[in-house]
Design a protein around this ligand. Structure first.
Ligand code: BDR
Ligand code: CA
Length: 317
């Protein structure tokens, strides 16, 4: 029975700068019956690398999935210093609610090696899901430019199709954190499917009543998934001006698991700004086809909020 079931399961490799919303996305994948998470690579982003590794290991343990290997990756962006988002997610990245986020040990071996190995073991059928800065992916592409030929799908949480940013007026955090890595990925043969922060802002905001309802599911995972958003909720009220906290990585993960979470997608040409101080990390999307450049990415532009919330509820139950 397991073998038959296995044939319909999709192999996922997840790259994450594990903080509060990444953790919920990990729960969704680790608990989904049709997803086989073959590995998790960690990258510096929301928090320094060591903290992100601890957060991924804690989340894995809470899901009872210590069988899934977690590998530490790059501790800094390709060409610029690391600038974390601890003001958004808390000092520990998990809302500073007192979780014991230390003392666990990741699997030996670098996340880039783990991704390349998984791409051979699952050649042609691997879905790569990226939830943080693209540093590990850029390093993997530099090391082995044939990687894209073995990847079936790449889903990336990043950028904004309406060009309204969450870290600068025009840039989304994951792209801003390591724009040079975005440049490497866009220039590669990876067919990236972007789920931007605009999708999170429009379809994945969890208002206080909904948060209470989800927490009242009462499972340890439901309480964890909501409580770790404590600092994010404050940030969303004061900075991004949302009606609750939003869940960018979980809605990207929902789309990776079930592409019908997207109700509209566009093939667009994307380019990233790496130099300007004003627009660093801005992913410029040619929505009107004003350039003669060929489309180089698929961008999700509309999503099914009800479907996403169903998947979230199921994962936390
Ligand atoms: C992205 O940035 C991070 O803070 C979140 O984890 C998410 O991946 C949203 O812009
Ligand atoms: Ca993230």
């Amino acid at each position: 029975a397991y073998g038959r079931c296995d044939m319909t399961r999709k192999s996922f490799f997840i790259d994450t700068d594990t903080a509060s919303d990444d953790a919920v996305a990990l729960v969704m994948a680790l608990r989904h019956p049709e997803v086989d998470v073959v590995g998790i690579g960690v990258v510096a982003g929301n928090v320094p690398l060591d903290q992100a590794v601890q957060n991924a290991l804690y989340t894995r343990a809470l899901c009872g999935r210590d069988d899934v290997p977690v590998h530490a990756g790059e501790a800094a962006p390709l060409s610029i210093p690391l600038h974390t988002a601890q003001n958004v997610h808390g000092g520990d990245g998990m809302g500073d609610i007192g979780l014991p986020l230390s003392g666990r040990t990741p699997e030996p071996g670098h996340a880039v090696d783990a991704l390349l190995r998984a791409s051979h073991e699952h050649a042609g059928e691997l879905t790569l899901v990226t939830l943080g800065p693209l540093t590990n992916i850029a390093r993997a592409l530099e090391r082995d430019p044939t990687l894209p030929s073995r990847i079936a799908r790449t889903v990336t949480m990043g950028a904004v199709a309406d060009h309204v940013g969450n870290i600068t007026p025009v840039a989304e955090f994951n792209m801003w954190a390591d724009p040079h890595a975005v440049d490497v990925v866009l220039a590669s043969d990876l067919d990236v499917e972007f789920v931007g922060w605009d999708i999170s802002r429009r379809f994945a905001v969890i208002e206080p009543d909904l948060a209470s309802e989800l927490r009242a599911i009462g499972t340890p995972l439901a309480e964890f998934g909501i409580d770790i958003q404590r600092i994010v909720a404050e940030f969303c009220a004061t900075d991004t001006k949302l009606a609750g906290f939003d869940l960018p990585d979980p809605i990207a993960m929902a789309y990776a698991i079930d592409p019908t979470v997207a109700t509209e997608t566009l093939h667009l040409n994307l380019r990233v700004e790496v130099a300007s101080g004003l627009t660093r990390g801005m992913v410029v999307m040619d929505l009107l086809g004003l350039t003669d450049e060929e489309p180089n990415a698929l961008v999700v532009t509309q999503a099914d909020r009800a479907k996403f919330l169903d998947m979230l509820r199921t994962a936390l139950t």
